[in-house]
Ligand binder design. Structure first.
Ligand code: SAH
Length: 464
């Protein structure tokens, strides 16, 4: 075989026309069939590009100057967009972002699950795709003798000093700023990752969109924290709706943000929020969806796909603090939830009581093991809902579901490629994919969330 040399060399500047977009939001342009990936370039654009990495079959470039712009290119509203690792696609109009996400779901279903004709609905977007995040965890550091708070630079641990993050709830932003100023005023040392010295490591803030409850957590390296009374008094004065002021002690040299010890400096150790009619208790460590407005739309869709009449037995696998389970319980006879984190199940049980829901039961364990056990016990649910992490469902769980023959499976996914892989297996097991509804939970980022409805084909249901 003759070795084909890539048609570009490192550090060369070329003119490139872009035809496609990767799932990470990079533009793709080709030089004699050789693809170059260029962050922030958009399809339809022509630009000067500096080649920065050349591999055998593809390379990477850096955008130098755009000569012809895509009309969907917009000026990113955030000052630090090009440095920060938080958002990836602020340079696209929101409409373009939604189309990109719909295409990503469609492409994955086509390529991995060989489904060409399944309806992938238009992505349910936000009316205002900014200021949606109800939680921030901001690292604290020092620069020129001053305390800085911000996000990490892409692929690094250098903190980018920022005053505001436009996808974060404004109140949470202001709270971070208030804590930073207080730390400056009273002289709390910022933490230094390198030397493992200093005190204040992170500031975490959470708010309840519906309740307006506010929680702030000062994550410190030591239990000793000076001026606690002043911190509490000042924060309460500036934020009359604060319900929970906590200190979390993390003594370890680690990337994990929260340590094991929580100290309530003032108020409760939790806040509440509502999704629809259901109230949730949220602790500092609980997993809770970060975009409450879109969560409601996602859960409504999952409920619609479950198509409950009140007589069904339902399993909610990977249930977290029971959010989807309790949503389903309002319309089902009985819901069983399973989740691997014990604290989440404790919260799920509390949340059921809080809402006077007595037809939901929660189990701690790996969903794949518990599902197998339920199957062996003879449990035959009418509907199964799964909401796995990015890596998707364990194959054992998919096989167990197939054998349990629920009439409908509702698959909530935060990763279209594992969704498509898992659908492939369910397809073999007589499940037919009816439709997919993507929901934009994370505007300005490349994350894609989707909910899919699968139904058992009639023949196989009848042959039981
Ligand atoms: N449905 C919930 C949580 C979804 S996030 C909500 O919408 O809020 C996915 C959840 O799966 C996490 O809570 C995670 O702890 C849990 N998880 C991860 N692996 C698991 C496994 N093997 N078995 C059960 N739960 C698991």
């Amino acid at each position: 075989m003759t070795k084909v040399k890539p048609p570009v060399s490192k550090n060369e500047t070329i003119e490139l026309t872009f035809e496609d977009l990767t799932h990470e939001g990079s533009g793709v342009g080709k030089v004699n069939g050789y693809p170059l990936f260029v962050p922030y370039a958009l399809p339809g654009e022509t630009a000067k590009v500096k080649v920065i990495k050349v591999k055998k079959n593809f390379g990477f470039g850096k955008l130098i100057e755009i000569q012809e712009k895509n009309e969907d290119r917009i000026e990113p509203p955030c000052d630090v967009f090009y440095q920060c690792g938080g958002c990836q696609i602020q340079h696209m109009s929101y409409n373009m972002q939604l189309q990109m996400k719909q295409k990503q779901v469609r492409d994955n279903l086509r390529k991995i699950a060989h489904l060409d004709n399944v309806p992938v609905r238009n992505v349910i977007g936000m009316e205002d795709p900014w200021r949606y995040r109800n939680k921030v965890q901001i690292p604290v550091g020092a620069k020129d003798g001053e305390i800085v708070t911000g996000f990490y630079q892409k692929k690094s641990h250098r903190i980018i000093d920022m005053d505001t993050c436009p996808i974060t709830d404004e109140q949470n932003d202001r709270m971070v700023e208030a804590v930073r100023r207080l730390a400056e005023d009273v002289g709390i040392e910022p933490y230094d990752e390198e030397t493992h010295k200093g005190t204040l490591r992170h500031i975490m803030v959470r708010n309840g969109k519906e309740t307006n409850d506010l929680m702030v957590v000062l994550v410190t390296r030591t239990e000793k924290l000076p001026y606690k009374e002043k911190i509490v008094a000042d924060l309460r004065k500036a934020f009359p709706n604060v319900k929970s002021i906590l200190q979390n002690v993390n003594t370890k040299k680690t990337n994990v943000i929260l340590g094991n010890k929580n100290i309530t400096l003032w108020g409760e150790d939790h806040i509440y929020d509502m999704i629809g009619d259901i109230k949730f208790k949220i602790s500092a460590k609980s997993f809770y969806q970060v975009n409450p407005v879109q969560t409601k739309k996602l859960y409504d869709k999952a409920l619609e796909y479950a198509n409950l009449t009140g007589s069904e037995t339902v399993i909610d696998a990977y249930c977290g603090i029971g959010t989807i389970s309790l949503f389903l319980a309002q319309k089902a006879k009985k819901v069983y939830g399973v989740e691997v984190v014990p604290e989440a199940i404790t919260d799920a049980k509390v949340n059921a009581q809080l809402n006077k829901i007595d037809n939901a039961e929660f189990f701690v364990g790996q969903a794949e093991k518990v599902m197998d056990w339920w199957k062996a016990q003879g449990l035959r649910p009418d509907v199964i809902v799964v909401d796995p992490p990015r890596k998707g469902c364990d194959e054992t769980l998919l096989r167990a579901m197939i054998e349990m023959k629920p009439k409908r499976i509702v698959y909530v996914s935060c990763n279209p490629s594992t969704l498509a892989r898992d659908i492939n297996i369910l397809k073999e097991g007589s499940y037919e994919m009816k439709e997919v509804q993507p929901v934009d939970m994370f505007p300005q980022t490349t994350h894609v969330e989707a909910v899919a409805q699968l139904v058992l084909k009639e023949e196989s249901a009848d042959s039981m």
